[in-house]
Design a protein. Sequence first.
Length: 451
Amino acid sequence: MDIRRNIQDKRWFMGKGGTIESVTEVSRAAIAGNGIAILRVKSVQGGTPTEDLYATIDDEGSIGRLLEEAFSAGERIYDASSGHIAFKRLRDIEKIAGVPQSPLRSITPVQAEQSNSAFTSERFFFKLYRRLQPGAHPEVEILEHLEQQGFEAIPHYYGSCRYIDSSGTEYALGILEERLARTQDAWAFFSQGTPSDALEAVAYGLGEATAKMHRALKSLSGTESAPVEIPFGKLERLLRDALSADARSSADALSTDALNGDAPNNSRTDAPGKNRELMENVLGKIPALKELAAQSFAKGRAQQLFANLPPQRIHGDYHLGQVLLSANINDDAHAVRPDDIKILDFEGEPSRTLLYRRALRSPLVDVAGMLRSFGYAGATADMDRSACERSFLEGYAKLSGIPAAALREACAPYTIAKAVYEACYELEFRPDWFHIPARALLEFINPKHSL
């Protein structure tokens, strides 16, 4: 197999669009007749040389035997050609799983390609971190901490593995946790036409679970907090570039009409279609949004209200897609039980550095992320996002002791920051979705409703 081509085609390879210059194996460990290899990939991205480490499994189809041996004790360490690979087990897997023999052996790869790689069995889920970064990994830290805190709204966490190079630098390789059966994706639940009373009940329960998560994470240490940076400059550049490109496209179209003797096609002058007016409107409101964000961050009242919510460890990439709901939740409104909600994927934003993802930040970053996720669900489905936002904040308020209206007020700058980030993302990758964050940004200037 041409390993260079194989990596280039993988979704988890971060260098798509660049040129791979070399792939070198820097370490290898033999485990249960299988092997884990650490590869150094040098590439050029946009003219800039880059160098990353990636983890690979020789025979992914038989990874179950590897995991069975590696997690057979509290801690197992395997010598590698350079450094070593260590596995740490937190729980007695056989007793918890209730399987008399070889509960890990049946784990097999999930075929869908993602930024990491997943391997599952009926009861277990193993996530392999493909691109390795030096230092403590936020998901490993957070899951171990929440498990020790007895936090209920996560899958049971069983253990982790890491690569330690010859200099002693550690890299997280993966985690082993419970595979949740009979669950449904929260995004689908909120965007598939579920009755509003059920949506509001679940949103309230999710608010409670979020507040409990933040309470449990308060005692976990992290890197120094940093000021919130809102990418207004990037948004302005992307909007100007998009509008300029469209103006050129429209001019070319009109010139072609004239050469062909055709009457001007008025629909072309409106391109990029329905988004053009929205883009111009958002571009014109950027100064007002900057001022609003600055005022919101500086408001003395909001700072006083949140003196009891100082920067701490948070989820960091919180939205409905990171939540699973019990299949027992149906279309009838009811009191949501603690076990009905499970929160996943504590990696933070994968494009960020580990230092940033481990930073102490305001819990309002997570709250704002979920509010924006309700906004997306409301824009793509027939659901009352305002009612869901209100229920979520009320659930969070119940356990935090801070009124929902005050939460909404203090969340404003973080919600603006999230919407600006979303607008940049949509302009770059999904222009047809730009209208969702764009309308949210305009609503901050001219609110249509309030709590």
